[in-house]
Design a protein around this ligand. Structure first.
Ligand code: SF4
Length: 373
C-alpha cells in the first residue's frame, strides 16, 4: 500500500532498533514520554517496545483528548440534554462511552431517551442543525489543536448562515501548556519527548521551542507509523547522549516549523485563551484551553444555556490521573483487565482509541514483563 507499507518495513525497523541498542549508554536510563496516545498504540501494536533496550522506557503522556476531559464536563453535558426537551447533543464516538457521574455515560443517557447523536465531523453537527430548525443543536467539542480548526470552521459557517439553533460546548485544550506543566512538575522524570504529530501539523514545530529550552528537554516530533516512532526514538537517544535539548522534526512530510497558518488564523478569529481549565489528571491549568470569543457568543453553549460546573471524582481505584501524568502504568491499576475492560471501562483511559489503558489491554496485557515507572 503506497505511503503505508513504506513506514512499516520490518527489516528497516530492526536495523534502526539495532542502532538504538548500540548507541544507548549502559550506565543510564532513557525515559521517553510519548505525548500522544497514537504513539502509545503504535508502540504496543507494532511490538516496538520489544525491540528496545532494557534501559529505555516509554512513558505515556496526557495526549489523549477523551482521557484529559474531566468527568464533570461530560456530566454537565448529560444534564444539559436531559433537562432540555428540545435539544440535540452531538459528539464524537469515543466520548459516548466515558463514565461520568453515577457511572452514567452519554451512551447510557441516550439509552434512557436523551437525544444524543454520534457524529464524525463538525459538519455533521451543522447539518443536524440545518435539518432540525425547531431544535437546539449543541456540538460537544473536545480535542487538542488538531480538532480545533474544524470546530472554528463550523462556528464561522453557522455565523455566516445565521443559524440560530447551533452552539458549541467548547472543551478544546492546548498542547504546549500541558507539556510545560508536566515538565515543570518533574514528577515523571523524563529524558526526552516524542512530540505530537497531528497537533504539530497545525501549530508547527516552533511551538515547543520555548518549553524545551526552559526545561532542557530534547523533543522529536514523530509520525505515527512504526518506522516514524523508531527513527524518532533514535534521534532522541542521540540528543540525550550529546546533551542537546532541541526540537527536531522527524515528521517533515507533514509538519513545518510554523505550522498551518490558515488554520491558526481561523482559530484565532473564533477563539481566545480561557484563563483557567481543569484537566483530568493535571488539575486546573492557566491559559491551557480556549473559549469562544464574545463576537461569536451566540454560538457558545456555555453562555446560551448556562451550563453548570460539576466536579466528579474518578471511580475508587482508577489511577487514570497518574497514568496521564506519566507517573504510573496502566498495569499498576488494580482494576486493569479485571473490573475495567474496554467492554466495561471504569475510566477514560480504557475507553478511547488513544487511551494508554486501552493500548495495554489490546496489545500488551499478555506481556510477561511489566514496565514499572
Ligand atoms: S485500568 Fe481502568 S480503572 Fe485502571 S486506570 Fe485504566 S481506565 Fe482507570
Amino acid at each position: 500500500m503506497k505511503y503505508v507499507d513504506e513506514f512499516r518495513d520490518g527489516n528497516k525497523a530492526r536495523k534502526i532498533a539495532e542502532l538504538i541498542q548500540a548507541e544507548v549508554r549502559s550506565d543510564r536510563q532513557y525515559r521517553l514520554m510519548e505525548f500522544c496516545g497514537g504513539h502509545t498504540h503504535a508502540i504496543f501494536r507494532f511490538g516496538i517496545i520489544d525491540l528496545m533496550p532494557k534501559n529505555l522506557q516509554f512513558i505515556h503522556g496526557p495526549g489523549c483528548p477523551v482521557c484529559v476531559l474531566p468527568a464533570g464536563r461530560i456530566e454537565a453535558a448529560i444534564k444539559l440534554v436531559e433537562n432540555s426537551e428540545n435539544l440535540i447533543l452531538c459528539t464524537y464516538a469515543d466520548l459516548m462511552r466515558v463514565p461520568a457521574g453515577k457511572r452514567d455515560s452519554l451512551n447510557r443517557a441516550k439509552a434512557h431517551g436523551a437525544d444524543i447523536r454520534m457524529i464524525y465531523s463538525s459538519t455533521d453537527a451543522l447539518n443536524i442543525a440545518r435539518h432540525n430548525p425547531e431544535k437546539q443543536v449543541v456540538f460537544f467539542a473536545i480535542g487538542f489543536e488538531t480538532t480545533t480548526p474544524p470546530t472554528a470552521a463550523a462556528i464561522k459557517i453557522a455565523h455566516q448562515e445565521g443559524l440560530k439553533n447551533f452552539t458549541v460546548f467548547c472543551n478544546h485544550v492546548e498542547t504546549p501548556p500541558a507539556m510545560a506543566h508536566i515538565l515543570s512538575s518533574g514528577e515523571a522524570h523524563l529524558d526526552g519527548i516524542l512530540g505530537p504529530s497531528h497537533v504539530s501539523t497545525i501549530i508547527g514545530s516552533h511551538a515547543y521551542t520555548e518549553c524545551c529550552k526552559q526545561y532542557f528537554m530534547p523533543l522529536v516530533i514523530a509520525g505515527f507509523e512504526p518506522l516514524d516512532v523508531i527513527q524518532s526514538t533514535l534521534l532522541l537517544v542521540r540528543q540525550i547522549n550529546e546533551r542537546r535539548f532541541e526540537v527536531e522534526n522527524q515528521y517533515r512530510r507533514a509538519v513545518t516549523e510554523s505550522g498551518n497558518k490558515k488554520a491558526q488564523a481561523l482559530m484565532s478569529e473564533i477563539f481566545e485563551q480561557r484563563p483557567l481549565f481543569e484537566w483530568r489528571g493535571l488539575g486546573e491549568l492557566e491559559n491551557s484551553a480556549i473559549q469562544i470569543k464574545n463576537k461569536f457568543a451566540d454560538f457558545d453553549a456555555e453562555k446560551r444555556f448556562a451550563i453548570e460546573h460539576i466536579e466528579i471524582a474518578d471511580i475508587k481505584g482508577c489511577i487514570c490521573p497518574a497514568v496521564l501524568r506519566g507517573v504510573s502504568n496502566p498495569n499498576e491499576c488494580k482494576l486493569f483487565g479485571a473490573a475495567c475492560t474496554p467492554e466495561d471501562p471504569k475510566g477514560a483511559c480504557m475507553v478511547s482509541s488513544e487511551g494508554a489503558c486501552a493500548a495495554y489491554y489490546s496489545y500488551g496485557r499478555y506481556r510477561t514483563e511489566v514496565t514499572n515507572l
